[in-house]
Design a protein. Sequence first.
Length: 113
Amino acid sequence: MDSEDPQIIKVEVERRQHRRVRLMAQVHCEALERNEIMVTRDVSIGGMFINAKFPLPMDSELSLTFRPYPTEPAIACRAKVMFSRLGMGMGIQFVDLSADVLPMLRKFIDEVG
C-alpha cells in the first residue's frame, strides 16, 4: 500500500485522561502580570478549556478561581497551560486541586455528563 495514499485517514489519538463536560462559567485567571475574567468551555477532574482570543503561552502557570455551581463556594487552584492557540483559547491542567474540592467537581461532572 502506498504510504502517500490520499484515501488514508489519519486518526488523532485522544490524550485526555478524564471525561470532560460542558461548563460555561466565568473563570478568574491570574498569570504573567495579567488579571482577567475569561469563560470556560468544558471541565474535567484534570483541567479545563478556557476560551481566549489571546491565550497564555504553553507551560505558563496561572491561578484560577471558578464556580461550577453558582450557589457553591468558588474553586481556587493553580494550573498549567498545556495547549494554546491564538484566537481559540487554552487547555489547562489543574496542578493542586485540594481534597475537599475534588468531590464537588466530581459531583458536577457526574450530574452534567
